[in-house]
Ligand binder design. Structure first.
Ligand SMILES: Nc1ncnc2c1ncn2[C@@H]1O[C@H](COP(=O)(O)OP(=O)(O)OP(=O)(O)O)[C@@H](O)[C@H]1O
Length: 615
């Protein structure tokens, strides 16, 4: 009988030491014969093996019971599945509803004995069955394949699921066509009924219709505008709002998540400056970006459609002038492609051709030392480099410091003196005098570079001292070049993790770009260090970021009242591990009110707290 599952040619396979077909035994699984399994199962086994899943060990599935019980998926699915469940009551079947992370958000169980079979397999609300944790199964594999999949008994990759058979059907968002979740029927392995897929498909159709009625007017307006734009424009197009990102094939093939974050930032700046066009450097070159704001029928903002047209090829414009590329100097330019940052790099590049002393100033943590070291590498990499810190009490004996700086310069090594604002006026004058006596004409003498923290309150004497250096470079605060955060984060994460496996998801980058960063790059680095710690070292999601970052990263100007309410909610959620039931109780409001506030105060729209799917 046609069971509604796409027919597949059998394949001979034994992935991960896994035997196949209905004859596998625990022993045979370790020394498997090459048997035939359906191709989709074989593929899934290969993925499971590649994830390092041990078939004979019970998987440690991620467990998070604190999901949004009022999510759009649950609201759309519950009445439909209630009806299906009542028609299946007293049958040996259960129905599972999972979100797009393959986490079970609700289950309906027919006959009572099935409870223990499901519980033994952790098939209960809160547990996530993504393939990377659970191996081949009727939830995670459906999400991987984005289509209906049946997994019968021994087709499961892991032993702890082999007493069950299941079929999962993906639930698509009718507006975006993205998969929103999975509806699954699970039964004991021998109770599999080939009618199940058809039964599920019908229910899923009803759920999708209900989802379309629940879609936000903003999402519907954006999808409509994007669909229209697709027909008219041959190049890359993006549709963006805080809930979703839509791309045509040219855009999805060419844009990295970083590019998407850069474009998101560009569109925000365009809106702020009421401009409609900007040039942006992306991974594959420079693009002219035109921005079309989209509104709902009621004239509320719904997002933007961005049209991208290439200006030059990657070879000409790599975001940096060719003369500062890694190959020309042996050093990598500090990351960033904003006009402000490029100006800094260009100045360093110019100054690197000379050997005069240089003063680098800026707010705390803007990367002055990093740039000073880069200047050293660009100008005279063969020389040694010594860094002195005037703020360090152990180096504060200024007389010694001046002597040691002098000696080092005379030896021909370059010197960086950090935080010279800590030096007494007289010592600053001595340092300046040293600078004056290390002339460009003395090729054997090292180069002096000083850095100082300056703010709007910087003392006039320090200003004068700095002005007397032949070259004075000012480093802009990070708030003035937040678009560079997309380029900075991978470099900072590599600095922190020692390797480049970790990366930020787009919502995380969006949250980072919305933050004001009074402590500049040093503070961004601290935030990423904390996030890295909280994550699994792979993908950093907004909920991994420290709450102080999230608190600042609001999207719209809130009133003072709203702002303090927002902070209170974030703090309360953080204090109870993001458990919304507890948070609502502490705050003395109902859960539904809390969800509404989370949404209206812009806490969850970028999944900042990982407290459910944005709606
Ligand atoms: N452009 C950059 N790219 C990558 N990492 C950077 C960059 N700028 C700064 N960092 C990192 O950020 C941290 C702070 O930078 P740095 O010490 O250079 O700041 P600073 O302005 O000299 O600080 P201070 O104001 O305390 O003197 C360092 O860990 C540094 O490695």
């Amino acid at each position: 009988m046609d069971d509604g599952v796409q027919a597949m040619e059998p394949t001979s396979v034994a992935p991960g030491g896994r035997a196949s077909g209905g004859t596998a035994t625990p022993e045979a699984r370790h020394e498997p014969p090459q048997l035939s399994v359906r191709a989709e199962i074989a593929l899934s086994w290969r993925r499971s093996a590649a994830c390092g899943i041990a078939p004979d060990k019970k998987a440690e599935l991620p467990y998070d019971p604190d999901f949004d019980s009022d999510s759009r998926l649950l609201r759309a699915a519950t009445p439909v599945v209630d009806r299906l469940a009542s028609s299946l009551a007293d049958t040996p079947t259960s129905i599972l509803l999972a979100d797009r992370q393959a986490r079970i958000v609700r289950r309906w169980v027919g006959e009572k004995p099935l409870y223990s079979a499901l519980d033994n397999a952790d098939a209960a609300p809160g547990f996530a069955f993504a393939e990377e944790y659970a191996g081949t199964n009727g939830l995670g594999t459906v999400l991987e394949e984005a289509r209906t999949v049946a997994v019968r008994g021994e087709e499961h990759y892991a032993d702890f699921l082999r007493h069950l058979s299941c079929v999962g059907v993906p639930i698509h968002n009718p507006v975006t066509r993205a998969v929103e979740g999975v509806l699954d029927i699970t039964c004991l392995a021998d109770d599999y009924n080939p009618l199940i897929p058809a039964l599920l498909s019908e229910s899923v159709q009803h759920i999708e219709t209900r989802l379309s009625h629940l879609s936000s007017p903003a999402d519907v307006a954006l999808v409509e505008a994007f669909t229209l734009a697709r027909r008219r424009h041959r190049g890359a197009i993006l549709g963006l709002n805080t809930n979703m990102i839509l791309t045509n094939p040219i855009a999805s093939g060419n844009l990295t998540p970083h590019d998407q974050a850069v474009l998101w930032d560009a569109s925000t700046r365009l809106a702020r400056n009421q401009r409609s066009e900007v040039s942006v450097d992306l991974t594959h070159g420079r693009y002219r970006v035109r921005c079309q704001p989209v509104t709902t029928a009621a004239h509320h903002p719904a997002g933007v459609v961005l049209y991208l047209d290439p200006i030059r090829s990657r070879h000409v414009s790599a975001g940096y002038p060719p003369s500062v590329t890694a190959t020309s100097t042996g050093s990598t330019p500090p990351p960033g492609r904003s006009p402000q940052w490029r100006r800094v790099i260009k100045r360093i590049q110019e100054v690197a051709q000379l050997s005069d002393p240089v003063a680098i100033t800026g707010e705390p943590g803007t990367g002055k030392l990093y740039l000073a070291e880069y200047l050293h590498e660009l100008s005279s990499p063969a020389r040694g480099l010594r860094v002195f810190n005037a703020a360090d009490p152990s180096e504060a004996a200024t007389k010694d410091l001046i002597i040691r700086v002098n000696e080092t310069l005379e030896q021909g090594d370059n010197v960086i003196v950090r935080r010279i604002e800590y030096l007494p006026t007289q010592a600053q004058a001595q340092l300046r005098a040293l600078a004056a006596t290390s002339p460009p004409s003395a090729p054997t003498t090292g180069r002096l570079i000083v850095t100082a923290q300056t703010t709007s309150h910087t003392h006039e004497r320090l200003e004068q001292a700095l002005a007397s250096y032949p070259h004075h470079l000012w480093v802009p605060p990070l708030a003035q070049h937040t678009e560079d955060i997309a380029d900075l984060t991978p470099v900072l994460l590599t600095q922190l993790a020692g390797q480049s496996t970790a990366h930020c998801s787009l919502p995380t980058l969006q949250a980072l770009m919305r933050s004001p960063w009074p402590g500049n790059i040093a503070e961004l680095r601290d935030a990423l260090a904390a996030a890295l710690n909280a994550s699994d070292g792979q993908e950093i999601q907004p909920h991994h970021l420290p709450t102080w970052v999230l608190k600042r990263a609001h999207q719209r100007r809130l009133s003072v009242m709203e702002q303090s309410e927002r902070e209170l909610i974030i703090e309360t959620l953080a204090s109870v591990g993001n458990n919304r039931t507890q948070a609502a109780r502490i705050l003395g409001i109902g859960r539904a009110t809390l969800y509404r506030k989370i949404r209206t105060l812009g806490i969850s729209t970028a999944q900042e707290l990982h407290i459910g799917t944005p709606v």
